[in-house]
Ligand binder design. Structure first.
Ligand code: F6R
Length: 241
């Protein structure tokens, strides 16, 4: 894992956007693995800006999101489909038919991995990290062998995500997420963490051995991972570039 420590949240999101743009420039047909949540939001807005100002072309880009809630319709403002439409897809020239999220209808969740394979696999996967070490919605205890599957969300995850909902009761209890193996199949991975509530888990991720109790630790098995932190989330670790 290569660790890059920048000063501010803004610098992290600009850097993240830059890595995504480099990927698209090097291959306009790139397959991107995308995350939702507060960490990548500003990076997505940077991409919109690049489209509007520099006419960056997203017309051939393919995207696969990590996860989707069970029990809320795609049209609902809190679905991850709506999140992606509102923060990125609606404002760039991506072909909506090339934007995928895990299906919550069909019980054969791992079909999503077959679809990713059909498109040649993910070139660049973006990840955030939960305070409990989750990646995607792979909560502590998730096995390395998992493909896309249904999960019960940890209470801490529901509490953290309740900022996007009217109340905690409205936060779904279940979701479908790409598994650990689905994520490790990506060619390159960038995990971004900002703000001080991520400092403790980033310290554990860097210092601890690989374990199911800390799902993000499985990233140590991957040859091409960047961990991108700001001074708040990286306050317990040294700069290593
Ligand atoms: C989102 C996802 C989650 C988030 C993580 C961090 O698609 O899979 O793993 O990346 O919960 O969320 P934020 O960025 O809101 O702190």
């Amino acid at each position: 894992m290569k660790i890059i420590k920048l000063k501010t949240n803004e610098e992290v999101t600009k850097y993240l956007a830059e890595l995504l743009l480099q990927q698209i420039e090097s291959n306009p047909k790139s397959v991107l693995g995308l995350a939702t949540g507060s960490t990548p939001t500003l990076a997505y807005h940077q991409l919109v800006k690049k489209y509007l100002v520099d006419q960056t072309d997203f017309s051939q880009v393919i995207t696969f999101n990590l996860d989707e809630y069970i029990g809320i319709e795609p049209e609902n403002k809190n679905s991850y489909r709506s999140f992606m439409n509102e923060n990125l897809f609606n404002y760039i020239n991506i072909n909506q038919e090339n934007t995928f999220l895990p299906s919550t209808d069909d019980q054969n969740y791992a079909k999503y991995d077959d679809l990713i394979k059909e498109y040649g696999g993910i070139d660049l996967q973006i990840l955030g990290i939960g305070e409990n070490g989750h990646i995607g919605f792979n909560e502590p205890g998730t096995k390395e062998s998992t493909l896309t599957h249904k999960v019960t969300l940890a209470e801490n995850t529901r509490e953290n995500n309740s900022i996007f909902f009217d109340s905690l009761e409205d936060v779904p209890k279940e979701a479908v997420t790409m598994g650990i193996t689905s994520i490790l199949n990506a060619k390159k991975i960038i995990l971004a963490a900002t703000k001080s509530n991520k400092a403790e888990i980033i310290k554990r991720l860097i210092n601890n051995d690989i374990s199911e109790n800390l799902p993000a630790s499985f990233l140590k098995k991957h040859p091409n991972v960047i961990i991108l932190v700001d001074e708040d989330s990286g306050k317990y670790i040294e700069e290593m570039i």
